[in-house]
Design a protein around this ligand. Structure first.
Ligand code: SF4
Length: 291
């Protein structure tokens, strides 16, 4: 990957995204050597990441190791590089790849605010559609609705939304730049009504916070998704300091319990597993717990 000239420094993401808290993100433009790489994730064959970094800035994000690609020491969520030659690369790579399922994206959000300007994800979908590569989209942004016209043309296409908790206080504390949860739920409803296969990644489960409104959330998901995947919160890739900052700023009283739940061997998460499994079983929603 080579760092290029240009890019808009200090883009105010409120102009791009509308209404969310995160404001200043350093935007760069880079060129990548490969875009459509083999994926190490079992359920997909390839992954495409049109951006380096993510303005959603989730405090628990496991992709923060990507800072080593030219952003060592920078705060995760404070920079995004657009891969400006992404479509040029994909135009060369896609015809040479065997047919397989493509994930957008594995270490960034393909519909983060900058996508409104660069439209790299949209461009990738247009190219993947030419050969009918099956696509799997995972996002926290309702901007995916912009591309409904393309999604409907795929023979096989699924859209997953990550939801960690129903409440917007938790969203604002842990996923400051992402779409409000209600907007994600509305997007799932619309996609489902349009015949797109939808699913939800319920996670990472935030001790005691994911529990708030869980039944309401599962009731909602029962109407709009075909399956739910659940995972716990893992402490890795250096995410603990930012999780602690979020807890002490927004949930100081909960912090000791929250941290204890992460260390216990099965207490909190064992109870959560049973609770969510029962709720999904009662509502006949396929639910896979991966912890
Ligand atoms: S949306 Fe995904 S990639 Fe972006 S910061 Fe959040 S967890 Fe990381």
């Amino acid at each position: 990957m080579s760092r290029g000239e240009g890019g808009d420094p200090n883009i105010d993401t409120r102009r791009l995204h509308g209404k969310y808290e995160r404001t200043l993100v350093r935007v760069g433009e880079i060129r990548c050597k490969t875009l459509m790489g083999r994926s190490g994730i079992g359920s997909v064959d390839y992954s495409i990441n049109p951006y380096l970094g993510c303005a959603h800035g989730c405090v628990y994000c496991y992709a923060r190791f990507m800072r080593r690609m030219g952003h060592a020491g920078e705060e995760w969520g404070s920079f995004v590089d657009a891969k400006v030659n992404a479509l040029e690369r994909l135009r060369r790579e896609a015809p040479r790849r065997r047919m397989g399922k493509v994930l957008l994206s594995s270490v960034t959000d393909p519909y983060q605010p900058l996508e409104r300007k660069y439209e790299l994800t949209r461009g990738c979908l247009q190219l993947l559609l030419e050969r009918q590569f099956p696509v799997s989209i995972l996002t926290k942004s309702d901007l995916v609705l912009r591309d409904l016209d393309l999604l409907k043309k795929f023979d096989r296409c699924e859209v997953g939304f990550t939801i960690t908790a129903l409440g917007d206080v938790a969203r604002s504390a842990f996923e400051p730049g992402a779409s409000p949860v209600e907007a994600r739920l509305q997007a799932l409803r619309e996609l489902n009504e349009e015949g797109i296969t939808t699913w939800t990644f319920l996670g990472p489960v935030l001790p005691y916070l994911t529990d708030e409104g869980l039944e309401t959330l599962i009731n909602e998901l029962a109407r709009s998704v075909s399956r739910i995947l659940v995972d716990r919160l893992n402490i890795k890739c250096g995410n603990m300091p930012s999780i602690r900052r979020a807890l002490s700023a927004h949930y100081p009283d909960l912090q000791p319990l929250f941290e204890a739940a992460l260390k216990e061997g099965g207490g909190y998460y064992g109870m959560f597993r049973k609770k969510v499994t029962d709720m999904c079983r009662q509502r006949l929603i396929p639910c896979e717990i991966v912890f």
